[in-house]
Ligand binder design. Structure first.
Ligand SMILES: CC(C)(COP(=O)(O)OP(=O)(O)OC[C@H]1O[C@@H](n2cnc3c(N)ncnc32)[C@H](O)[C@@H]1OP(=O)(O)O)[C@@H](O)C(=O)NCCC(=O)NCCS
Length: 212
């Protein structure tokens, strides 16, 4: 039987675990930043911060319930919003402000698990009265820049084809690649199935384009 001396046990205790992927250091120094929208109005983009909880909840409460239903999180839950404000390691969230209110929110969320954390999913919502002015596309574009600067390999985006056509249009216009379709990947409140389109923005190849 193998025996261990107290020194060996002490040594084993002090052995450091193998290095894990470093915590996400989001390269997002460009904020706050003004963006000009298609109607010549401006929005201020800045990272989501402590103290935004109530205004973010108010923003999501104004999003039609039929649209909220297809989002992955219950965005009217104070606990969910609190979690988003707190979790700045795994996720990086931007808010857009105009006329003193939040008019958009978008985030990169690293995939779970060390084997997948080189990729991030994206979520994005814009206030109804501010849509079709380019804000959604601008937010998506900013997130891709941040993901690239943060050394992620790619950004993934899922959209319910029949419901989230504007999201698909925004992703298409930025050059996201359509990877495939999940037939019946979403179900609505009446039990009808809808296809989900999976899109990706590959980043690593571009980052090292000089090597190709
Ligand atoms: C997706 C969303 C963020 C886009 O915001 P936005 O500020 O309106 O986006 P943009 O103005 O940059 O672009 C919208 C595009 O959709 C297009 N569009 C508008 N209505 C459309 C429709 N019914 N079908 C197809 N495309 C449409 C617009 O023409 C525009 O494309 P263009 O720039 O080439 O003209 C917004 O619609 C939203 O919050 N939707 C609800 C939440 C959601 O679906 N999120 C995505 C999944 S997380």
């Amino acid at each position: 039987m193998k025996t261990y001396t107290s020194t060996a046990i002490e040594e084993a205790r002090t052995i450091k675990p193998p290095p894990t992927q470093p915590a996400a250091d989001w390269a997002a120094t460009a904020y706050p930043k003004d963006v000009r929208l298609r109607d010549d109005s401006e929005a201020l983009l800045r990272p989501l911060a402590q103290g935004d909880e109530d205004r973010l909840l108010a923003f999501f409460q104004l999003i039609p319930e039929a649209e909220r239903f297809f989002l992955k999180d219950d965005v009217t839950s104070p606990a969910v919003i609190k979690g988003w404000v707190r979790d700045t390691k795994r996720a990086f969230a931007l808010v857009a402000e105009a006329s003193g209110r939040i008019v958009g929110e978008a985030a990169l969320v690293r995939r779970r698990g060390k084997a997948r954390s080189h990729l991030a999913d994206v979520r994005i919502v814009v206030a109804e009265d501010v849509r079709n002015r380019g804000l959604g596309t601008a937010l998506l574009s900013e997130l891709c820049d941040i993901a690239r600067a943060s050394a992620l390999n790619g950004v993934l985006f899922e959209a319910v084809e029949s419901i989230q056509a504007q999201a698909l249009a925004a992703a298409d216009s930025l050059g996201f690649v359509r990877l495939g379709r999940i037939y019946g990947g979403a179900i609505d409140q009446t039990g009808h199935l809808h296809d989900v389109i999976l899109l990706a923005m590959p980043l690593r190849r571009w980052r090292h384009s000089s090597e190709f």
